[in-house]
Design a protein. Structure first.
Length: 72
């Protein structure tokens, strides 16, 4: 099992449903998901989802869909 590349509270860019989003990792599951255990997964909170002012919580985002960590 690989060690997760990203850590709790990292701000990351990821892909879901063909769209890119930026959010904060709230949960790291180094063992993957119920569907797969090949790669780590993350639960990621996106603030101001699609400009709506609302939060959206994305669950079970596999590591291969996380593009990069955001550095300021």
């Amino acid at each position: 099992m690989n060690k997760p590349k990203y850590e709790l509270y990292d701000e990351v860019r990821f892909v879901s449903g063909g769209e890119q989003h930026i959010g904060t990792i709230e949960i790291v599951d180094r063992f993957g998901t119920f569907e797969q255990n090949v790669e780590p997964s993350y639960d990621i909170m996106v603030h101001n989802w699609r400009g709506s002012g609302q939060d959206m919580f994305y669950k079970h985002v596999v590591e291969s869909l996380v593009l990069n960590k955001i550095s300021y």
